[in-house]
Design a protein around this ligand. Structure first.
Ligand code: SF4
Length: 324
């Protein structure tokens, strides 16, 4: 599963049932969050409308599955990130709250239901993500493509951002997706390469980097985007190196947010990065040439994705105009 986030609202036996592979691990006590991380409980009426629409269309959202702290704000503005191909992930990343296990068969009606929800929400920009589907021969690439096509059929003006898994060992998966022409291809690196064996044990840093690089080689008009969770024990120089790697792959947009520990069975927060440090990392990313940068404790891949996309497009157009 390629997203970060996470405060687990599902207390009690949640860790045991959702993450059986983590049950044997020793507990990591959850550190008290600093005041800049606290978020208000959702009360806005539109939040409840969004929630009902997701239920009525039998859609899964990463906002809920990952227990995202921004759900009150995003859903009150009808911004929900739909998670396709079920709610069970074949990976078992140590930061992620999405349930691990053997997923169900794909639901052929899902693309139409997603498209219907996008139309009902009246979204200008939609973010679609998924669980990892290592069990499928194409990693779910064709299903992603069907979702993109279904949204385009019903809402041709809506721009589409996809946040994908790494398609490790899935030949041609990326080609299938690129052919469907999403506006933004987002794949999160999540952390620095040194921490992969602990944080993303089923993934490979260079596979993720190659994936992003290859999108641009296949279709340079697609915006690429990637994100990092900070506070897992990474060093400043390592973040700078990852930024350089992303720029070599011509990635347009970087997001950086604080890692939050979902349960005692997940990786511990090494430290809470201060808002000032996030600003400094943001400034560093701008100097390195990213077209768009979002860096704050509560930044998530899909947080403010619609307004950020509008800015991203404007910035690229302005640069292209300046180059002529
Ligand atoms: S930041 Fe993304 S995952 Fe979190 S609530 Fe907003 S749309 Fe959902």
């Amino acid at each position: 599963m390629s997203t970060r986030v996470l405060i687990d609202h599902r207390k009690g036996g949640a860790a045991k049932s959702r993450h059986p592979e983590k049950a044997h691990r020793p507990d990591n006590p959850i550190a008290r969050k600093p005041e800049w991380i606290r978020v208000k409980a959702p009360t806005h009426p539109v939040y409840h409308e969004t929630r009902k629409l997701m239920r009525d269309n039998r859609l899964v959202t990463v906002c809920e599955e990952a227990a995202c702290p921004n759900i009150g704000e995003c859903w009150s503005q009808r911004h929900a990130t739909m998670m396709i191909m079920g709610e069970i992930c074949t990976r078992a990343c140590s930061f992620c709250n999405v349930t691990t296990g053997l997923p169900y068969a794909l639901d052929a009606d899902e693309p139409a239901r997603v498209a219907e929800a996008v139309a009902k929400l009246g979204l200008r920009h939609v973010v679609i993500t998924s669980v990892d589907r290592d069990d499928l021969e194409d990693g779910g690439a064709r299903h992603f493509a069907r979702v993109i096509t279904s949204i385009r059929d019903v809402s041709p003006e809506t721009t589409i951002e996809i946040l994908t898994p790494d398609f490790l060992r899935k030949n041609n998966a990326l080609e299938i997706i690129v052919e469907a022409r999403p506006d933004v291809f987002n794949h999160n690196l999540e952390t620095v390469p040194r921490l992969y064996p602990n944080i993303r044990p089923g993934a490979r840093y260079y596979q993720s980097m190659r994936l992003l690089d290859r999108v641009k080689q296949l279709d340079a008009s697609i915006f690429t985007k990637s994100g990092l969770m900070l506070g897992l024990g990474e060093e400043k120089m390592e973040i700078a190196q990852v930024m350089d790697d992303l720029r070599i792959a011509d990635v347009d947009f970087i997001t950086m947010g604080q890692y939050l520990q979902p349960t005692v069975k997940h990786a511990a927060v090494a430290r809470f990065v201060t808002p000032t440090e996030f600003e400094e990392y943001g400034a560093m990313a701008r100097v390195k040439g990213f077209l768009q940068v979002s860096s704050s404790p509560l930044t998530r891949s899909s947080y403010h994705a619609d307004s950020d996309f509008a800015e991203l497009r404007q910035t690229r157009n302005a640069r292209l105009a300046g180059a002529h």
